[in-house]
Design a protein around this ligand. Structure first.
Ligand SMILES: Nc1nc2c(c(=O)[nH]1)N[C@H]1C(S)=C(S)[C@@H](COP(=O)(O)OP(=O)(O)OC[C@H]3O[C@@H](n4cnc5c(=O)[nH]c(N)nc54)[C@H](O)[C@@H]3O)O[C@H]1N2
Ligand SMILES: Nc1nc2c(c(=O)[nH]1)N[C@H]1C(S)=C(S)[C@@H](COP(=O)(O)OP(=O)(O)OC[C@H]3O[C@@H](n4cnc5c(=O)[nH]c(N)nc54)[C@H](O)[C@@H]3O)O[C@H]1N2
Ligand code: SF4
Ligand SMILES: [Mo]
Length: 877
């Protein structure tokens, strides 16, 4: 690894941005790759902060560096032997069906391929599923119904060629930020119209000419209404439909039945609805982008087909600037679908229910154990683990104790399961805590292989760092276990190129065009060419000179009769409704600067600053006794958690929002999955993560506090704590009823108390080195947080700093809070907002009127509220 620059791909979202790593004075630096077609040099906050997280990992204590078996450090030989032995014993005692793998769209294609081959082909169990079940399963099922294959017809450039872009259930600005940047630029340069369909006002609404703040779960009705409108106004492309599409009549009949009450069903203004329908009718170049507001629903597959119906009826599929466009979440969500990662798929787009496909794959792999038939889908898989039907479970690159619905049940299942094997890059995750065998995996920057992004583009991830400790790439770990199980001949891989070549060959094997996924062009690729592989879009069959930008543009689909299918779908409400006990509907999703369960982004102070705590966002009508900035308990039929309240008109009345990111490792009982029921879409098995009846009650603790420390003490007695990365120390927001009794062994605290205000302040020193400092009071302490954080960077505390340490103010007396830019759109500093707040500004809107802060992209509004909260007590005092 002598090179000074390495091209690779971002390990976060499905945009799949190309990166250039270059060796600078302070180590590797990350930049956007101007030659990569996905981003053309652009990056978002998470991509730009990649080296922050890598450096935090290098600082120690984060990575899993050695294998462990039953709580003891083990050599790789021991760990591989123990894994193989337990899998073999399980198969011998209970049959292959007692073994399951639960894998992830964050594996590279080569890892994913080996996982499927090992479990389905050689252990002989069909029970492999992936976190894509929680993510893309409804789209997979919808694509197959409509096109006959799970293929995304469009390409990113279509966002720039379209005249109208409809974003359905997608918070593109936060979740696919580089696509949002591309769309924003197109809108500026050529006046692209944008419609956002989302029950919340998100940062994405800032892009919109029209926002339909629909009733959650009403998308089918909305698109059925649209289809009926198109038919009524002559906007259906009769010629295209006659030649290329079946099912128009029945689909239209169903649509018309929903259309009558559409404004009411969707809870939107009739005039807005009419505007949306007219725009779509009048705009041939329309792209519909859809994501988790569509997929994560008990009607997810029908929602997908309701959208695809409109595109099929108008012939707007796979044409420049005219296509439906499912954006994938994870870096390799698409790659996982290519290798058959889902329980209802086989490798290379083959079908486990088709005996010819099963036979074909069995011959190709020389895998007599391959049985075919569908395995259990994620929610059922973990129920089977709980019921004792599955007795050995290997989890890779996913954190199901946090991210699955009914996370309480998932944890009980992991606890009860005789053999839990977990491969991960970090040592402490909620899932890892249940593992019997812990396997250290190579992470981003250390491993080599390919990922496929939302536009079917296969890109290389390349290693630029040595493997830390004894970490190994996932494909290698599995291949070693396969060998130990006696299947060495089928797993002879020496490097990722060997696996990619086999994967490509399989995609072309006896493929007469019946399988859309074909990358036969790489069936004989040499390691050197694999190393140099430039980003390429599939299909890329054997004789193709290059990849394929768009699919189905000629109206020829993958169904055996070559036609696309419109599907008759009807609106149906989500599984559960609000009730007296649980009067509000909880919607869950993402923050701009955190990735899923925060195992990596949570290490970066920069990324942690945007939203340091999970917020439960509540409409003012529902606030009742809740206080903006106070704490609340959110309870569903399955569980409860504590979060800070943000009262906001961005929500619809009756609906609240929580992020999915926090876990037991980053907060006291933080996993929102504990609240989510396991209701799934009947066709796709995808859980309804966006629609959970809850109640939200104020929780008024006796005290709130801030703790900064080098090493975390035992906080398990506290009902509320949230951890943030903060430079050289950790920061915790705390709250409780009983006075905190925190112990740093061997150190005696300096103490300041003011019983009248319930104030207790303590600092723990080791000689002249600051180890920890705690501020508590009846109100949230107002202290100069970043000044305090900086004190931990020094080995010794100066006398001046020491004198004012417990006052929480810098020696120069600078104010309660730190400076710095809050609103980057209008360059408004924290100080300016604080002054306005102390001047009597009552709300974020008020601040906006006085300072313009928060009136641009709006992503700083939560910070403005935070400042308001901190400023208020000062005014009262
Ligand atoms: N910053 C960041 N980016 C990410 C990720 C991350 O963790 N953090 N994760 C990646 C992954 S794996 C994924 S899958 C994507 C997800 O990307 P998105 O799907 O864009 O993100 P979500 O926040 O899950 O949900 C999108 C929106 O759906 C809305 N919604 C809820 N119910 C409905 C409904 O019934 N109808 C409609 N129309 N909308 C509804 C929600 O209000 C929410 O704003 O993001 C990817 N990008
Ligand atoms: N309530 C609610 N729940 C949701 C969602 C929601 O919107 N709401 N969204 C769902 C969606 S769309 C998704 S995609 C899931 C995501 O949920 P998860 O997949 O559970 O979340 P991550 O935190 O990304 O977990 C990835 C794990 O893999 C590890 N890892 C990273 N790289 C590697 C590697 O190369 N090898 C190995 N072995 N490990 C690695 C990371 O450290 C981390 O522990 O959550 C789902 N859950
Ligand atoms: S948009 Fe997605 S792929 Fe691109 S830098 Fe951001 S997180 Fe990475
Ligand atoms: Mo996802």
């Amino acid at each position: 690894m002598a090179e000074d620059t390495v091209k690779t791909t971002c390990p976060y979202c499905g945009v799949g941005c190309g990166l250039i790593l270059s060796r600078g004075r302070e180590g590797w630096e990350v930049g956007g790759d101007p030659d990569h077609p996905a981003n053309k040099g652009r990056l978002c906050s998470k991509g730009a902060a990649l080296m922050d997280t890598v450096r935090a990992e290098d600082a120690g204590g984060i990575r899993l560096l050695h294998p462990e078996v039953d709580g003891r450090r083990a050599s790789w030989d021991e760990a591989v032997a123990a894994t193989a032995a337990r899998l073999r014993e399980t198969v011998e005692a209970h049959g292959p069906d007692a073994v399951a793998f639960y894998v992830s769209g964050q594996l590279l294609t080569e890892d994913y391929y080996v996982a499927n081959k090992l479990l389905k082909g050689f252990i002989g169990s069909p029970h492999i599923d992936t976190n894509s079940r929680l993510c893309m399963a409804s789209t997979v099922a919808g694509h197959k119904r409509a096109f006959g294959a799970d293929a995304v017809p469009g390409t990113y450039e279509d966002l720039e060629l379209a005249d109208l872009v409809v974003l359905v259930g997608s918070n593109l600005a936060w979740c696919h930020p580089v696509l949002a940047q591309r769309l924003r630029a197109a809108r500026r340069d050529r006046g692209t119209k944008v419609v956002v369909i989302d029950p919340r006002e998100t940062a994405t609404r800032d892009l919109a000419d029209l926002h339909l703040k629909i009733t959650p779960g009403s998308d089918v009705a909305l698109f059925n209404g649209l289809l009926a409108h198109l038919a009524r106004t002559g906007a259906v492309d009769g010629e295209y439909v006659a030649r290329h599409v079946s099912g128009l009549d029945t689909a239209l009949e169903a649509a018309e039945a929903d259309a009558a009450a559409v404004a009411e069903t969707c809870g939107v203004d009739g005039a807005d609805l009419a505007r949306f329908y007219q725009w779509v009718a009048a705009t041939p170049r329309t792209v519909s982008v859809f994501s988790q507001g569509v997929n994560q629903s008990s009607r997810g597959t029908d929602k997908v087909n309701a959208i695809l119906n409109v595109h099929l009826a108008t012939g707007r599929v796979g044409k420049p600037g005219a296509s439906p466009f499912s954006v994938t979440g994870q870096p390799n969500a698409m790659g996982g679908r290519e290798v058959g990662g889902l329980a209802n798929q086989l490798a290379a787009h083959m079908n486990p229910d088709d005996p010819h496909d099963v036979d074909r794959l069995r011959r190709f792999w020389k895998a007599p154990a391959l049985t075919g038939g569908q395995g259990l889908k994620a929610v059922d898989l973990f129920r089977a683990v709980r019921d004792g039907r599955i007795k050995a479970l290997w989890i890779m690159a996913t954190n199901p104790a946090v991210s699955l619905p009914e996370a309480g049940l998932v944890r009980a299942a992991l606890e009860a399961c005789p053999t839990v094997i977990v491969s991960d890059v970090v040592a402490d995750t909620d899932t890892m805590r249940h593992a019997h065998i812990r396997l250290p995996a190579a992470g981003w920057g250390e491993k080599d292989g390919t990922v496929t992004n939302s536009e079917r583009r296969i890109s290389r991830q390349r290693a630029f760092r040595p493997l830390p400790g004894e970490a190994r790439p996932d494909w290698r770990i599995m291949s070693d276990v396969a060998r130990a199980l006696g299947h060495g001949a089928a797993f002879p891989y020496k490097r990722p190129a060997d696996i990619f070549r086999e994967h490509a060959a399989l995609s072309a094997f006896e493929n007469d065009g019946a399988r859309a996924f074909d990358i036969g062009a790489f069936a004989a690729i040499k390691p050197k060419a694999f190393d140099a592989l430039a980003p390429v879009q599939w299909p890329a069959p054997m004789d193709a000179a290059r990849g394929t930008e768009r699919m189905y543009g000629d109206g020829r689909f993958t169904h055996s009769n070559g036609r696309g299918r419109m599907i008759a779908v009807r609106h149906a409400a989500p599984m559960e409704r609000a009730s007296l006990r649980y009067p509000l509907i909880l919607n869950t999703g993402r923050y701009r600067d955190q990735w899923h369960t925060m195992t990596r982004t949570g290490l970066s102070p920069r990324l942690s600053a945007h939203r340091p705590e999970p917020l439960v966002e509540v409409h003012p009508d529902d606030a009742g006794a809740l206080i903006d900035g106070g704490l609340a308990r959110v309870t569903s039929g399955l569980g409860s958690l504590l979060a800070r309240v943000a009262v906001t008109e961005a929500q619809r009345p009756g609906e609240v929002f929580l992020p999915m990111h926090w876990s037991d490792t980053t907060a006291a009982a933080g996993a929102v999955g504990r609240l989510v029921a396991g209701h799934v879409d009947a066709l796709s098995g995808q859980p309804e993560s966006k629609h959970v009846p809850v109640r939200v009650e104020p929780w008024a603790p006796a005290w709130e506090g801030l703790l900064l420390c080098r090493a975390a003490p035992d906080l398990s007695a506290l009902p509320y704590w949230v951890r943030q990365a903060a430079g050289e120390c950790l920061a915790f927001d705390l709250a409780g009823d009983v006075a905190p009794d925190l112990d740093f062994p061997g150190l005696t605290p300096l103490e300041f108390t003011d019983p009248r205000h319930g104030v207790v302040r303590r600092a723990w020193m080791d000689g002249d080195r600051l180890e920890a400092v705690l501020f508590t009071g009846a109100d949230r302490p107002q202290v100069a947080r970043s000044w305090l954080v900086e004190l931990f960077a020094a080995e010794t505390l100066s006398a001046a700093d020491r004198a004012v340490l417990l006052a929480g103010r810098a020696p120069d007396g600078s104010g309660a809070e730190d400076g710095g830019m809050v609103c980057s759109c209008h360059a408004v500093s924290r100080e300016a907002i604080t002054v306005a707040a102390e001047d009597g500004a009552a709300s974020a809107e008020d601040i906006g009127r006085r300072t313009r802060a928060g009136t641009g992209c709006g992503s700083c509004v939560p910070e403005i509220k935070d400042i308001l909260r901190r400023a208020k007590p000062a005014v009262a005092a």
